[in-house]
Design a protein around this ligand. Structure first.
Ligand code: BGC
Length: 430
């Protein structure tokens, strides 16, 4: 590309400047320079718990420090189901927020509907092709164009343990589901809640996928929860998964229905409960409350077979004809994948960076384990996308899974009946 020559001769440059000034005076009118865009974003997100809002605050701070105007549009409710409802109604009303926390196949859906701005310009300037792992690149692109900017990688299959409580009851961190059940029986007998849990469909869906991975392994997980293979969905392994879900129902306290995940984390922190199965946003919550990994809590692999259930947060930008909004979207996209933000945000959020060229020094032992395990999982084909966290299947199919899993968890439905209903519901939804 040919470059405009810079004006090197001061005399020529000055005379042009004074001619411009004269023209302004001669015209005798107030000439104002064209207004510079004020980068603006209205951000729809669901990061409202203690740890989450600290992390979201870091993004806002960076954006404002870079001269942007941030309009906050938070929708409370872990897992984002409430935020999805708000998004759909805003789009129907013709007034979508211009930056939206969205992930998985939903990105391609909205892109296919022509609603999203491409982020190709920023992606090219910032070299996203080189810094993102292919698994994440696939999720945020559609027909070769970038439509979302990934923030992080969250691991879903973590178990958070209160070591003091475990010690008091004389139990070790379980490595298999049988060990888990034995430990939970002991904890229960000692008057401790074995499993801190919140009874919301996405939380039960996440427990279900964790048990599926643990009992079936990554290949089975992929067949059942990603490829929706009828044989896998009706297999004996699936019956065993529901058997274990029934066991888990016996290990939660009576206050579980409708409870938010961060309130369940409170039970773990204050020693009322011994374990919680939750993605590593839990770590953001625990550290925001001053708890220290390795001392106040321990991060362990969910019992059963090795694997890595991947969940990655990202933002899409709904197209906007407004220059301030368009400038805001570009600025936000650039900042999110910048090294500084990737570090600050992910340390607070409990996740690991989406970009692959980051130093590890600021990350704690759980994050480093997550980074190492992700690498091993990718090398051994054991990384699988989260069904419950909208990374694996379309919304209607996820809804079918969550409906049956929750109906089973909250009733006396047998495992055989649950498997039958699941296969039917998934078949109808796909
Ligand atoms: C999101 C996390 C969030 C969690 C609880 C997950 O689906 O990916 O960023 O912290 O839900 O709200």
């Amino acid at each position: 590309m040919s470059k405009m020559p810079t004006l090197k001769m001061p005399s020529l440059r000055n005379s042009i400047l004074s001619m411009t000034a004269m023209a302004t005076v001669v015209a005798g009118t107030l000439v104002t320079a064209p207004a510079r865009a004020e980068p603006t974003v209205e951000v729809l997100h669901y990061w409202t718990s203690g740890g989450e809002s600290k992390a979201a605050g870091a993004l806002r701070q960076d954006f404002e420090a870079a001269g942007g105007k941030w309009i906050d549009a938070p929708v409370a409710g872990g897992g984002g189901d409430a935020a999805s409802t708000v998004l759909r109604s805003r789009v129907l009303a013709g007034d979508p927020p211009n930056a939206v926390q969205l992930k998985g196949p939903n990105i391609k859906d909205w892109a296919a509907q022509g609603k999203l701005a491409t982020l190709d310009e920023v992606a090219k300037a910032e070299n996203w092709d080189a810094i993102l792992p292919p698994q994440i690149r696939d999720v945020v692109t559609y027909k070769g164009h970038y439509y979302a900017v990934p923030v992080n990688i969250h691991r879903v299959n973590w178990m958070w343990v209160n070591p003091k409580v475990m010690e008091k009851a004389g139990v070790a961190i379980p490595k298999t589901w049988d060990e888990f059940n034995a430990a939970a029986d002991k904890l229960k007998a000692a008057g401790i809640i074995p499993l801190a849990h919140g009874g919301q469909p996405w939380q039960e869906g996440a427990l279900f996928e964790d048990v599926t991975l643990g009992l079936g392994g990554p290949d089975f997980y992929r067949k059942a929860l990603v490829e929706l293979d009828a044989k896998a969905l009706t297999s004996d392994t699936m019956v065993k998964v529901f058997d274990q879900m029934r066991k888990l129902r016996g290990y939660v306290d009576d206050g579980f229905p409708g409870r938010e995940w961060n309130l369940a984390a409170g039970l773990l922190m204050n020693g009322q409960a011994a374990m919680q199965i939750m993605g590593d946003w839990e770590k953001g919550e625990l550290t925001a409350a001053g708890k220290v990994p390795g001392k106040d809590f321990v991060c362990a692999h969910v019992p059963g077979q090795f694997g890595y259930i991947v969940n990655s947060d990202s933002f899409v930008m709904f197209s906007s004809a407004n220059a301030d909004r368009a400038a805001g979207q570009k600025l936000l996209a650039k900042l999110i994948l910048g090294k500084k933000f990737q570090e600050t945000f992910n340390v607070l959020k409990g996740s690991i960076p989406a970009r692959q060229d980051m130093a590890r020094d600021s990350f704690d032992e759980c994050a480093v384990k997550s980074m190492d395990d992700l690498k091993t999982a990718i090398d051994t084909n054991s990384a699988v996308p989260s069904m419950a966290h909208e990374m694996a299947v379309p919304g209607a199919v996820r809804g079918a899974f969550l409906d049956v899993v929750t109906a089973h968890f909250n009733s006396t439905m047998t495992s055989q009946e649950a498997v039958k209903r699941l296969a039917e519901a998934v078949d109808l939804a796909k």
